[in-house]
Design a protein around this ligand. Structure first.
Ligand code: SAM
Length: 158
């Protein structure tokens, strides 16, 4: 079940690198599918000037993130959605970030292929999207372990 993905936050250094490798530009729209405490959308907005959408199924994390976004006065650029990312439209994304599981990425793949425009970048922490070939796979070293970042691009016109 997708709901079984546990909450494990991405370290700051990994978040920054995910946003860097996906080339987030000011005004672009970043979706974090399963956004936890909102750290990816917060950095996307504050450091990269992006607009962002944070989708989180756990009520406690949703409430916490909503509060944080309001405290940081980011509510004009970050939307927080309490819900299941399988049911949230993502057509307007320029960049999608994920820290889920390979099995969940596999289930998400048809939705990503159906809804995302050609050229949209998808960046996944630690888990591949089965059947997709990453255009970049990079190790990021953090205090006690190394993390993998996979970058994909939706094929098509560009
Ligand atoms: N993206 C954040 C980060 O990298 O720091 C959190 C990653 S954490 C490993 C995965 C998050 O996805 C958890 O907060 C979990 O509650 C959420 N989640 C799992 N399944 C979900 C679903 N179907 N819809 C929305 N959120 C989901």
């Amino acid at each position: 079940m997708p709901y079984d993905v546990p909450y494990v936050p991405s370290p700051e250094v990994v978040v920054r690198r995910m946003l860097q490798v996906s080339g987030v530009r000011p005004g672009e729209v970043v979706y974090d599918l399963g956004c936890g405490d909102g750290r990816i959308v917060v950095m996307a907005a504050k450091e990269f000037g992006a607009r962002a959408v944070c989708v989180e199924i756990r009520n406690d994390l949703y409430e916490q993130t909503l509060r944080r976004i309001k405290e940081l006065n980011l509510d004009n650029v970050v939307k927080v959605i309490h819900g299941n990312f399988f049911e949230v439209p993502i057509e307007d994304a320029d960049v999608v970030t994920m820290y889920l599981l390979t099995s969940v990425n596999q289930m998400l793949r048809p939705k990503l292929e159906r809804e995302l425009r050609p050229g949209t970048r998808v960046v996944s922490h630690d888990f591949e999207v089965p059947g997709w070939k990453p255009i970049l796979a990079e190790d990021v070293y953090e205090e006690w372990r190394s993390h993998k970042i996979y970058l994909f691009k939706i094929p098509g016109a560009e």
